[in-house]
Write a new protein. Structure first.
Length: 158
């Protein structure tokens, strides 16, 4: 069947996307198990990581933007982390209402413990996978991300 609306590249990308969806779900389950011992879900761990790895303290909207996530969802998670004493809100000198989200000492310790548990498991997952293949997959995902971000930005301006 020769469908002019389809291309071999598009079909290959579709297969990869379907696999990525499945891998993403499995990664979330894996992350929930790994971080669950610390009272975290994958989503909470991801947000803690975004805060911990940021160059400077940021408001929720910036965290959501950098994360490529919905601001309301990130706000809900940050609020939960604040209730657990893992993050706190501090005044933002550039914006009266958009407070900065900052890790507490407990938050930093929890994040560090999650990362310490993560690395041996990541090493085990990577075992047997050639580093160059991993780097190639990463480059492809980055290129897709850039294209999708460009499309999303273009739609905002339509």
């Amino acid at each position: 069947m020769n469908d002019p609306a389809r291309s071999p590249e598009g079909d290959a990308l579709t297969e990869m996307i379907l696999t990525m969806f499945r891998v993403n779900n499995l990664m979330l389950i894996w992350g929930d198990r790994l971080a669950g011992r610390l009272g975290l879900t994958s989503a909470r761990w991801q947000i803690l990581g975004a805060i911990a790895l940021a160059d400077r303290s940021q408001p929720v909207a910036w965290l959501a933007r950098d994360f490529g996530a919905n601001r309301q969802n990130v706000q809900r998670i940050v609020n939960d982390l604040a209730k657990e004493g893992l993050v706190e809100f501090q005044p933002n000198p550039h914006h009266r209402r958009a407070h900065l989200v900052v890790l507490t000492e407990k938050g930093q310790q929890t994040y560090d413990a999650a990362v310490s548990a993560y690395y041996p498991r990541a090493n085990a997952l990577a075992e047997g996978l050639p580093v160059e293949d991993i780097k190639t997959a990463h480059r492809i995902l980055l290129a897709l991300r850039q294209k999708l971000e460009g499309e999303n930005d273009a739609e905002k301006h339509d």
